[in-house]
Design a protein around this ligand. Sequence first.
Ligand code: IPD
Ligand code: CA
Ligand code: CA
Length: 264
Amino acid sequence: MEIASLMPAVAQVVRETGAFIRTERQRFQAAQVEYKAKNDLVSYVDRHAETLLQDAFAALIPGCGFINEETGIINPDSHYRWVIDPLDGTTNFIYNIPFYSISVGLMDGEEVVLGCVYEICHDELYTAVKGQGAFMNDQPIAVRQSPSLSESLIAFGSPHGWADHLVQLTAVIHHLMPNTRGMRRLGSAAIDLVYTAAGRFDAYFEANLNPWDVAGGSLIVQEAGGIVTDFHNGNNFVFGRAILAASPAIHPQLLAILQNPPAR
Ligand code: IPD
Ligand code: CA
Ligand code: CA
């Protein structure tokens, strides 16, 4: 299958679904929030957006599988599997903080071959096909050639189940805060990744994530010239629940800090 030929249709349905989310935000009420788990919020907007995406992608590749945030796994043995987060940054959406996105990846076996992340509030569509570069609204993007950690802006996440990682995360932040230009926590893993791809952040790291948070965005970072690994410098960042995406020059230093945070 010619993966690149799928992109116009993928981009169109992702933009249309983003328009739905934008419209719903205008009439959204606090009472429409539901809990999936403690501190893990969802609403009808996430669920309907996922249905729109899934229906369109199923028509694009008959018999394909899905790894969906809201409805789970469908056709797990299929060669092609879509990995969908219909609304990444749900808490931002609910609080009307304008940083939320749609994140889509397509896996060919175990490899992500297409990524599409739509930054809804700023109308930025980030796309990549394996081996063909990364784009934002059809313009090529590249990671920043960060000269050093001290001249870098670093994004991080503190996920819902962060208690297990709090000691490590606190130690890492304690070291990085005074030794970088600063740190940012936006609340959408997919946006953290594509902002790294576009050179707005020099790096992003987070633990305890799910495949739908990172599948699409990780390919976009790689195609923009960034290095993406798990916290062991391996490739298991889609399913491995930990990701470090960085400009090449600072990746080794950040990896060392994540593996062994300097003592206070
Ligand atoms: C969350 C966001 C957040 C990250 C959480 C994710 P959701 O996704 O990506 O930045 O810290 O771990 O679960 O729940 O808004 O789709
Ligand atoms: Ca998510
Ligand atoms: Ca979500």
